[in-house]
Design a protein around this ligand. Sequence first.
Ligand code: FES
Length: 108
Amino acid sequence: MPKIDFDGRSIECEPGDNLRQVLRSAKMPLYNGVAKTIHCRGLGTCGTCAVEIQGNVTEPTRIEKWRLGFPPHTCGSKLRLACQCKVIGDIKIIKHEGMWGSKTSSDR
Ligand code: FES
């Protein structure tokens, strides 16, 4: 079973599980600030579930590429939308600052 390391915790899920659903079920802090209550519920349109992922997840979906292509996100960033990712293998997740989780250390 794939292992997910995030926010100082380690959990497991089934291969193919949706990353957003896994993190929400484990009550892990996927969203920042007001995005904890205002988000698109996994449709891939708001961009607030953006995280940096190290490890194996599915390739970006068409809607994910679209949403990560405009502000506050930028094309070519390392971010992924948790709601659009299925977990394939062990992963480590980093949530960056800002409502969209888009403020990486190079932005500060
Ligand atoms: S929850 Fe809105 S884009 Fe993922």
